[in-house]
Design a binder for this molecule. Structure first.
Ligand code: ADP
Length: 231
């Protein structure tokens, strides 16, 4: 069953959409599969593997002198994500990979992994303007700084987010800018990024459901492609 690669700018709303997709798929599997218990659903993310946002930071001050290369921590994080996907990906597993997934070579590698187990993959791009995504990060930074004040209690919003399994970890501004700069847009003309589905910030519940329906039809419904490893 499909590997769904979520991608977008940092703090653009990827985890929010990934959780919505998770809920949608759980409902769809229960409603339509003849033997729903045959299928499993996984949501893999930096948060689920406790990967800090700092691993993406390439600014010289953030990279300790002894590290083997400037992006060693990011490579280790990718290896952990890759291992987590590889462990569960199969014809019976729906896997949502929620993350930046901003390097096209990385998305290609994931596509090859899906192909190797004869299961389709798709890309879900979260469209959000740079300004809006930056504001979300700035707001998180502000809250994080407030938290670091002595005797600051946990704000209600953070308590609620943690209860839902979300973290409110912010990116350092230079790290955030750099990730936006490095972002490699998915291209629907390439086989590893297609089919490509897009959700934008203002998409309401009806539009979101329509996009998820299209995704389901293309990958799990009647339109499901037959994938062979040597194609
Ligand atoms: P990311 O996973 O890209 O870092 P999140 O999903 O954690 O981003 O979202 C960042 C913040 O933006 C959260 O507070 C979330 O509630 C809010 N948010 C995300 N998507 C939307 C949306 N479509 N409309 C309104 N608020 C959103």
């Amino acid at each position: 069953m499909p590997l769904i690669i979520v991608t977008g700018f940092p703090t653009s709303g990827k985890s929010t959409r990934a959780r919505q997709l998770h809920d949608y798929l759980a409902e769809r599997i229960a409603a339509t599969a003849a033997d729903a218990s045959k299928y499993r659903l996984h949501l893999i993310s930096d948060d689920s593997l406790s990967i800090s946002r700092d691993v993406y930071d390439l600014s010289p001050s953030a990279v300790p002198a002894h590290t083997r290369s400037a992006n060693a921590s990011e490579k280790d994080a990718r290896a952990a994500l890759y291992g987590a996907v590889k462990r569960v990906l199969s014809d019976r597993d729906f896997v949502i990979l929620d993350g930046l997934n901003y390097i096209k070579g990385w998305r290609y590698q994931l596509h090859c992994e899906a192909k190797a187990v004869c299961t389709p993959n798709c890309t879900l791009q979260i469209g959000c303007s740079v300004d809006r995504a930056r504001k979300v990060n700035e707001e998180r930074l502000r809250k994080q700084q407030q938290q670091q004040q002595p005797d600051a209690g946990k704000p209600q919003e953070e308590e609620a987010a943690m209860a839902e399994g979300q973290t409110l970890e912010a990116y350092e501004p230079a790290n955030w800018d750099n990730l936006v700069f490095r972002y490699e847009e998915p291209n629907p003309m390439t086989r590893w990024d297609s089919p490509l589905f897009t959700l934008v910030w203002d998409d309401d519940a009806a539009q979101t459901r329509k996009t998820f329906d299209d995704l389901w039809d293309a990958l799990a419904g009647a339109g499901r492609p037959v994938v062979r490893p040597n194609q």
